[in-house]
Structures are given as C-alpha cells and as structure tokens.
Write a protein that binds this ligand. Structure first.
Ligand code: GUN
Length: 289
C-alpha cells in the first residue's frame, strides 16, 4: 500500500477560506469583528517569526490584530498588568502570549492570569479542565489541528484504536483527551513504555509527538494505519523531518501527514478558528461546529 498524503497546507487553507466567509457574515449580522491580541516579550527569532505569521493570518481573515512587543527585561508584573488590560478590552476576543517567556517571568502565572474565555491557546487550567470533562472551552491549537486533519480526511475515530506517542502538556495529553471525546480507544505511550512497537502495531490511528527524528519505523506499524506526525526536527543537513520514518512508513500506512506540510500549517488555522469562536460568543451566536 502507498499512503494517501494528508495535506495540511490544503486543509488549513480551506479552513481559513471558510473563516473569511464566517467573519464577513458575523460582521454583517452582528457588527462584531473578532480581535486577537498577540504579546511578544523579547527578541527570540523563532517567536518573532510565529508572531508575524499570526498577524498575517489575522489580516487575511479580516480580524483585528493588536500586537504588543515588550523588551526582554520586562518584569512579570508589567506583563500581568498588560494581560489584565487585555482581559478588560471589549475589542479583544483572544489573548496570545507567545512562549517561551524570559526567565524572570513565571509562564504558569501569566497563563493563569488570562481570562479563560479569551485563552485562545487553550493553555489556562480552566480550559484544560473543560477538555478533561468534555465541556465547551478553548482547545489547544496543535492537537485540535490533529483532530481537524483526521475529521476532514474522513478517518473513522469512534471505536478506532488510537495510539499517542508522547505525553507532553501541549500535544500528547490534550490530543489523547480529544481522541477519547471522539470515542476512540486511546493508549498513550512515552519514553518508559516497555514495548513501543508492540503498542504502536495495535493502532488504527497513530499520533506521534516525541521530538525524536525517525522514532517510528515501518516495523512498528500495521498495514493500513493512519499516521499523524506532529514532530518537527531540524537535521544537521538543515532539512526538516518528523518523528516518523516517512519513506518507509508510507509504504504501509493508508494515510500519513508529511513534515513539513502536515500538522504545522494547522496550528495557526486553529488559532484563528478559536478567535472567531470567541467573538461569536461575544456576539451571542453559537460556536462553529
Ligand atoms: N510557542 C510555540 N508554540 C506556541 C503556541 O502554540 N502558543 C504560544 N502562546 N506560544 C507558543
């Protein structure tokens, strides 16, 4: 079997195109324009690139974006004061504080200070709790992107054996919770898992988020598996690769995401999606399905 490629770039573009129409409709019907505040502290080059991409996406979709760039020596209190101001700004539906933060600032304290109903990153403990219970709340963008990729590729999740490799707070744990919510039978593996290959071979759906290049090899998957590779690793050659041996695994899988061009492009689309849904709540209309 040669796997179908799950094209994250195309699916992300489709979601963003749908959001353009939804934003116009929301404005016409309620007068509400979704607004996202993006806060960057310091000069981290990767963070600057991510923040730039988020601003550009807002512009494309017709969202209001407010960008706040603070110096690397900003105190924790100054950042908390800005968050409090944004919590109270009626034009701001979503607040995103780009991570990582400089050492003098406690990330958890800043995340906890964001109004949970503006926490479009889905990192606030209240939203983590909502995800555990299965009630409405913001879902973190990268794992939410994984679920959207699977759904838009018509992958059956109810009753499927889903295996998640990796247990991070930003991907592994939340994606496992979302797969449970979709009625999959979910197993979470990590660095202490005894026989990783044996567990992965059970999977109908395999989600890999370990940060280790080529960690999942062809002998570890069964024929027909659907593979979502969340890893982004830069090799010494400068080439990007995922956590899955794409060439070999794609000979056995029925569908697989490439790196780059798989999960990556979905993250910003889901951030926009969360921001639009936050604005819909402000406007008193139901969330997008
Ligand atoms: N840094 C890297 N990824 C993310 C993300 O998804 N959200 C925030 N706030 N910071 C990040």
């Amino acid at each position: 079997m040669t796997a179908k490629i799950i094209d994250g770039k195309a699916i992300s573009a489709q979601i963003r195109a749908e959001l353009v129409d939804e934003v116009k409709k929301l404005q016409a019907e309620t007068g509400v324009t979704p607004g996202l505040a993006v806060v960057l502290v310091g000069e981290d080059p990767a963070s600057k690139v991510y923040v730039g991409q988020k601003e550009k996406a807002c512009e494309e979709l017709g969202l209001v974006s407010k960008k706040f760039v603070l110096s690397v020596d900003t105190s924790e209190q100054e950042l908390l004061d800005l968050v409090a101001k944004l919590n109270n700004d009626p034009e701001v539906d979503g607040i995103l504080v780009q991570l990582p933060l400089p050492k003098q600032i406690d990330e958890n304290k800043v995340i906890a200070a964001i109004d949970p109903d503006k926490d479009v990153d889905g990192f606030h403990p209240v939203n983590v709790g909502r995800l555990v219970i299965g009630t409405e709340g913001f879902k973190p963008c990268t794992p939410y992107g994984v679920i959207h990729l699977l759904k838009r590729s018509n992958v059956q999740l109810a009753g499927a054996e889903a295996v998640v490799v990796g247990r991070s707070n930003i991907v592994g744990k939340p994606v496992a919770l979302m797969l449970i919510q979709e009625s999959a039978t979910v197993t979470v593996c990590h660095s202490k898992t005894k026989d990783l290959g044996e567990v992965c071979r059970r999977a109908d759906v395999l989600v890999v988020a370990t940060g280790r290049p080529n960690m999942v090899t062809a002998d570890m998957v069964k024929d027909g598996v659907v593979v979502i590779d969340v890893g982004v690793n830069r090799l010494e050659t400068g080439k990007l690769c995922g956590d899955v041996d794409f060439e070999a695994v794609s000979q056995k899988a029925s569908a697989i995401t490439p790196v780059p061009g798989g999960v990556g492009p979905m993250t910003i689309a889901m951030l926009m999606y969360n921001t639009v849904n936050s604005a819909r709540r402000r406007a008193g209309v139901p969330a997008l399905a």
